[in-house]
Write a protein that binds this ligand. Structure first.
Ligand code: MEV
Length: 308
């Protein structure tokens, strides 16, 4: 028996971290995917060639990083029979581009096919969110929703997913720091600041919500021009939450100097990536950032989880 599924990575355009506090967010799936292939095997085995991971049951129980998501999904949604799990990642781990969500959603898709289960996207997204919650301790349903549904989505405060459409072709440049970010640690550090300074942090979350709602309104009106400025303001608030680093700030400023309409951290921060909105200037912004950092011109992808 063999089954396989893939799911896309994502960039958050507005609202990361605030989304953990019930605020809305806007995110888009990108054309970088993670593929999980499952095969019957005489032993439990997990291979992730891009990370140099080759794990067998005899190596002991793995701890930390991406393997935690695999082990938890297998505990919840597999019957324990030995399997070979192969993960091919185009979404680098710790890059802030939704690597854990893409992996979890693809694995759940592959497990459903393996067990002959029919599952709709709402069910897939909610089971993947459960895995992220169990592993990270705190997680919004945003990343797993984007990896499941694909496209450009608005996650509302009541946690419903609204599909948006916007012409983002040739407009998004993503650049990654030399340091990977740890989502669980960054979410915990924001919580810690929130507990120390609740009045200040709740205002920052409310302001982030206003930015996200305003951005959503402009997208619905098909007016993308103000998005860059809104991204810049959102970046300022992420800095105020404590999730920027000198390198991330430098990248954001270089992107703007090279012609981006706006640029901000995307994802949890503390390392990871920035996203720049560059209608008409993506080439020059990618070139400027690409001199120092790993940079890609990400394309919007309308495809969510796919059974292969
Ligand atoms: C991470 O990609 C996004 C965060 O908002 C965490 C979450 O939504 O679970 C930082």
């Amino acid at each position: 028996m063999r089954s396989a599924a893939s799911a896309p990575g994502k960039v958050i355009l507005f609202g990361e971290h605030a989304v953990v506090y019930g605020k809305p967010a806007v995110a888009v799936a990108i054309n970088r995917r993670t593929t999980v292939t499952l095969e019957d095997s005489g032993e439990m085995r997990i291979d992730i060639p891009s990370l140099g991971i080759s794990f067998t049951g005899e190596s002991g129980t793995p701890a930390g990083g991406i393997l935690d998501y695999i082990m938890r999904a297998l505990e919840l949604y597999h019957d324990g029979s030995p399997l070979r799990v192969r993960v091919d990642m185009e979404v680098p781990a710790g890059s802030g581009l939704g690597s854990s969500a893409a992996l979890t959603v693809a694995l759940i898709g592959a497990l459903d096919a393996y067990h002959g289960r029919e599952a709709g996207p709402d069910d897939t997204a909610s089971r993947a969110h459960r895995v992220e919650l169990d592993v990270q301790g705190a997680a919004s349903p945003l990343d797993t929703a984007v990896s499941t549904y694909g496209g450009l989505i608005y996650l509302a405060p009541d946690r419903t997913v609204r599909r948006l459409s916007a012409d983002l072709r040739d407009s998004l440049v993503i650049s990654s720091t030399h340091r990977s970010g740890n989502t669980a640690e960054m979410v915990a550090s924001v919580r810690e600041r929130y507990e120390r300074l609740p009045e200040v942090m709740s205002m920052i979350m409310d302001a982030t919500e206003m930015i996200t709602r305003t951005a959503c309104r402009f997208i619905l009106e098909n007016n993308l021009e103000p998005l860059g400025e809104l991204m810049n303001i959102n970046h300022g608030l992420l800095d105020a939450m404590g999730v920027s680093t000198p390198e991330l700030s430098m990248m954001v400023h270089e992107a703007r100097a090279a012609g981006a309409a706006g640029a901000k951290i995307t994802g949890a921060g503390g390392g990871g990536s920035i996203v720049a909105f560059c209608p008409g200037t993506a080439g020059s912004v990618a070139e400027a950032l690409g001199r120092k950092w790993n940079t890609l011109r990400a394309e919007f992808s309308s495809e969510g989880v796919l059974h292969l």
